[in-house]
Ligand binder design. Structure first.
Ligand SMILES: Cc1ncc(COP(=O)(O)O)c(C=O)c1O
Length: 359
């Protein structure tokens, strides 16, 4: 019997997630030394983890399984987020929580306002939940009426919102969120970038038991490589999520590092402030070129429309100089690039290259 016939046929046409690649792989592809790369394509934290966080990860007990109940980690996150520990579920990055929620609800469809983070669509497809995409308005605000219809017509029971949104950088409008929380659906608000701007919606959980907030240590704490994120919800919903997660989903090093990051958050805040300042300088400088139009962003990246030139060619020209940005060209995002806020020297390299390419 051919192996193929034993597998799920509906995955034949699965639209794969486009992941970013690490430094060494990229350097080899481009043919430049790793030190010359300016990696502004994945919204990573250019400062990396705090030294005490590295030490905590190095000291973690690697020969025993981590705590499936995540007691210490949930307690630390709860204190950081100002909630109770039983409202928190930690996972292998926020991605893991997205997966857990889709598996818990197992809806026939999920509603996703677009442009959006691609993982919602990817994981929904794998779970046989039809992604119903609802285009945002030209300024990337939500189309609340269209979302409401999409949820009602598709029987979605699950809606993904992102605050601030990736890749557009704009925050959620809180009155629009409240309108959507009235739907008969679990509403996920993904706050992966909230430490860089926007006001958290966590306080709304008390009055809206269908709200789940997602967060991550990948961005503010510089731990993208360790994979640790979490959700905040009612304790009831969190208990359901805890029951179906992989028991040892957060590894020992990630657990120790996340707790240490919370302990050292005051020092890490200095790097967050530097990234925010760099984002604003980047946006101002891009606008100065005249042919690049940055959209307002409160996250750690800037989306920009490229005028009079192919954004694909621009991305390739930057790449050949060792500068990596993310390129988009799709119906809801024409001829755009997304640039992560990096070190001041990264911005300088990018701006010099753009100046060169303007001539
Ligand atoms: C909106 C959003 N949510 C979640 C994630 C993934 O976070 P994690 O690294 O914790 O899986 C990302 C990563 O880029 C993101 O942009």
């Amino acid at each position: 019997m051919p192996l193929r016939s034993l597998l799920r046929p509906d995955l034949d046409d699965l639209e794969e997630y486009t992941p970013v690649k690490p430094y060494d792989v990229l350097a080899a592809e481009i043919g430049l030394p790793v030190e010359l790369l300016v990696k502004l394509d994945a919204n990573e934290n250019p400062y990396g983890p705090h030294p005490a966080v590295r030490e905590a990860a190095a000291r973690a007990p690697l020969h025993i399984y981590p705590d499936p109940g995540q007691l210490r980690l949930r307690r630390a996150i709860a204190a950081y987020a100002n909630v109770e520990p039983d409202q928190v579920v930690a996972g292998t990055g926020a991605d893991d929580l997205i997966d857990i929620i889709i598996r818990l609800v197992a809806p026939p469809a999920v509603v996703i306002p677009t442009p959006a983070f691609g993982m919602y669509r990817f994981l929904a497809n794998i779970m046989r939940a039809r992604p119903v995409e609802v285009p945002r308005r030209p300024n990337f605000d939500l189309d609340v009426v269209a979302i409401r219809h999409a949820v009602q017509d598709s029987g979605a029971r699950l809606l993904f919102l992102t605050h601030p949104n990736n890749p557009t950088g704009n925050p959620l409008n809180l009155s629009e969120l409240e309108a959507l929380l009235a739907l008969d659906a679990i509403v996920v608000v993904d706050e992966a970038y909230i430490e860089f701007g926007g006001q958290t919606v966590v306080p709304l959980i008390a009055s809206h038991p269908n709200l789940v907030v997602l967060r991550t240590f990948s961005k503010w704490a510089g731990l993208a490589g360790l994979r640790v994120g979490y959700s905040i919800s009612t304790s009831e919903l969190a208990a359901h999520m805890m029951r179906i997660k992989q028991p040892y989903n957060v590894n020992a090093a990630a657990e120790a590092a996340a707790i240490a990051a919370i302990e050292h958050r005051a020092e890490i805040a200095e790097h967050i402030a530097a990234i925010v300042a760099e984002r604003d300088r980047l946006a101002r400088s891009l606008a100065g070129f005249g042919w690049i139009e940055p959209y307002p962003s409160v996250a750690n990246f800037v989306l920009a429309a490229v005028r009079g030139l192919s954004a694909r060619d621009l991305t390739a020209a930057l790449r050949s100089r060792g500068i990596l940005v993310r390129f988009y060209d799709r119906p809801d995002l024409r001829n755009c690039i997304r640039i992560s806020a990096g070190l001041p020297s990264d911005t300088d390299r990018l701006l010099n290259a753009l100046t060169e390419l303007s001539q």
